[in-house]
Design a protein around this ligand. Sequence first.
Ligand SMILES: Nc1nc2c(c(=O)[nH]1)N[C@H]1C(S)=C(S)[C@@H](COP(=O)(O)O)O[C@H]1N2
Ligand SMILES: [Mo]
Length: 394
Amino acid sequence: MTLSNGSTQRISRRKMIQMSSVVVTALTQANLQAAAPVDEKELIFRTTEPRNGEPDLADLIKSWLTPTKYFYVRSHAPNPVIDADNFRLTIDGMVERTQSLSLKQLKQLPEHTITATLTCAGNRRAEFNSEKAVGGVQWGSAAIGNATWTGVALADVLKLAGLKSEVKHICFEGLDQVEEGSHTIGFGASIPVEKAIKSEEGLGALLVYKMNGEQLTADHGYPLRTVVPGYIGARSVKWLGKITASDRPSLNHFIATAYKLVRETGALDWEEAAPIYRYVINAAIGSIAENSVLKPGPLTVSGYVLPSGRADALVKQVMVSADMGKTWQPAQLQGQQSRYCWQLWQVTVDITTETKQLWVRANDNQGGFMPYRTPWNAKGYMQNSWFKLPVSVQ
Ligand SMILES: Nc1nc2c(c(=O)[nH]1)N[C@H]1C(S)=C(S)[C@@H](COP(=O)(O)O)O[C@H]1N2
Ligand SMILES: [Mo]
């Protein structure tokens, strides 16, 4: 049984009243517990209906692995409430054997745990506004997080179904109901079949049921989601209900139209532009808030850096300047370098009475670099220009 439910206490109560008491009592206590928005999120909510929140940057960069409570939430619709006992994942399209798998059946496949960073294509969107206003969730720099993900290889699931030779894309559809024009659709995406199955990039995509070792929370896609390492968050579909093998990308709005880099939102621009798959290199300072008042002298600052979403992309260098780019200090990268994961960094810079901003730029070993400026685009995606933090010195 799938019930449309809100994700905040307030919404769920309102919706509960709308449901008939028969339906309410039909939900077992266990189901309610699993589906309830139990996670006490310590996030700054940019919108609450649906839930879109990011942590305080200072909290975010406390650890390489992001605790779930500090992991950003980006949802286009209320969290669907899914009864895990009756849940079925459908695999159809260009396959030899259409599948309808319970969670139990899925979990019989070999289990894998990976660590991977997810980031929203709209991370740092608000910075575009200084050039021209952009719509959408007004993200700061914390729509990113690094977690461990446990589940099964999408490749193994596709093997059960048997892909036909003409398959080029694997499409995903969520069980949420996103308002799109006059109707509602499940949030969807697709990825090239080479990315979906084990490839030279190692383990392809995963279908995961655990995040940071715990059952997925309602916000993050309970009971099942995809995780596509190296790709923008929008390709990691939450509340996954259906996988379709196809000879072309999904026609779902969120890959056919949204999540493209366009200057204008007319039909021609959408048609000409390709979907975004990989994320770009990015970095931010987390230890100091915007407009902090600093004292002259040495100051240690820290932050995160994410290499571009290519297999084997590793961060080469993070540089920080306290004098508008006249001089740069190389930051020390901390902790392990791991495929498709961010790193934390730290550097001590000299703050002078001339310091007005702290700047960060980074590059990786696969040719990825943060540009001085990111071209403005209508949806405000892929903002990865030099990170510039305004401060004052007294
Ligand atoms: N079904 C569904 N999947 C979804 C979304 C959504 O709204 N519905 N949002 C996507 C976007 S844009 C991002 S950035 C990630 C966010 O994942 P998180 O909320 O677990 O951080 O989920 C993606 N998967
Ligand atoms: Mo996103």
